[in-house]
Write a protein that binds this ligand. Structure first.
Ligand SMILES: C[S@@+](CC[C@H](N)C(=O)[O-])C[C@H]1O[C@@H](n2cnc3c(N)ncnc32)[C@H](O)[C@@H]1O
Length: 259
């Protein structure tokens, strides 16, 4: 399996930088507030689908024992480089979040940025079993999903709800033009997106096409799935704000699930 993220791992941080600038700080504050509600101060954190270390790096810097797991060796290579540059300790594991088996348990398990959408129904059941088994008593699983159906799709000419957007990114000697085409089937709650990048990496021109599709679950479906996998205390917040409980119609959901 060649995970799509491996195709542009070197450029992942560049194309996501504005999203990270917008959300990283509020997520880290969110984590602090949630962690402060735990019976004892959390120490060990496992980050599933960790990517290039968006949360692994800052949480390790805060003093947590961090283990980062991802299926893509290319994404992990970027994380390894950053970790070495920053001279911080992070345990890096290449593996599949649906069937990992580690010889320790964790106070916190994270799986961020719609990464659970990478899994089908079977995969979701498997990850929840793995997460449950790897959490300490009173441990917490946190994941976030966007309800893509809340994006402002258009239905011009075409018979489907679609959206195209183009962005330019520039960092050091790298320039990227990225076109994203999204289609939403609101009846079946299926979301499909194509990304096409033209990359000028110091004069070397590359193109990267990735395709992905997700089946979106409603809040009630998430709750049902979590409950059928032994999780009983389920909280859901809106927009990375630990004071605002999710309400129907919100676009960004952050689940906090207690063992
Ligand atoms: C949208 S990125 C999110 C990365 C990171 N969580 C972040 O917030 O930047 C999705 C990540 O999931 C990883 N991934 C996809 N399927 C996976 C699987 N079955 N097991 C582990 N990682 C997986 C990809 O390699 C990629 O790094």
């Amino acid at each position: 399996m060649v995970p799509i993220f491996g195709k542009y791992a070197k450029y992942y941080d560049i194309v996501n930088q504005s999203y990270f600038n917008w959300t990283n700080k509020s997520f880290l504050n969110f984590f602090d507030l949630i962690f402060s509600r735990m019976k004892s101060k959390p120490r060990n954190i496992l980050i599933l689908a960790c990517g290039t270390g968006r949360f692994g790096i800052p949480l390790a810097k805060k003093g947590f024992n961090v283990t980062c797991l991802d299926i893509s060796q290319e994404m992990l290579n970027v994380l390894k480089e950053k970790k070495e540059k920053e001279k911080i300790e992070i345990k890096i594991v290449q593996g599949d979040m649906t069937n990992f088996s580690l010889d320790e348990k964790f106070d916190i398990i994270l799986c961020m940025y719609n990464s659970v959408y990478e899994l089908d129904e079977e995969g979701l059941k498997k990850i929840l079993t793995r997460v449950y088994n790897h959490l300490n008593e009173d441990g917490i699983f946190i994941f976030d999903v966007e309800d893509f159906s809340k994006r402002k799709f258009q239905k011009v000419w075409a018979d489907k709800e679609e959206l195209t957007w183009i962005r330019f990114y520039e960092k050091d000697n790298i320039r990227i033009q990225r076109t994203i085409y999204e289609v939403m089937d609101k009846e079946k709650m299926n979301f499909k997106w194509d990304s096409f990048m033209i990359i000028d990496d110091s004069g070397e021109i590359k193109t990267v096409l990735t395709r992905d599709k997700f089946h979106l679950l409603s809040f009630e479906e998430w709750k049902k799935l979590l409950k059928s996998n032994k999780f009983t205390k389920i909280e859901c917040y809106s927009n990375r704000d630990s004071k605002t409980k999710f309400k129907e119609g919100d676009q960004f959901l952050t689940f906090v699930v207690w063992k």
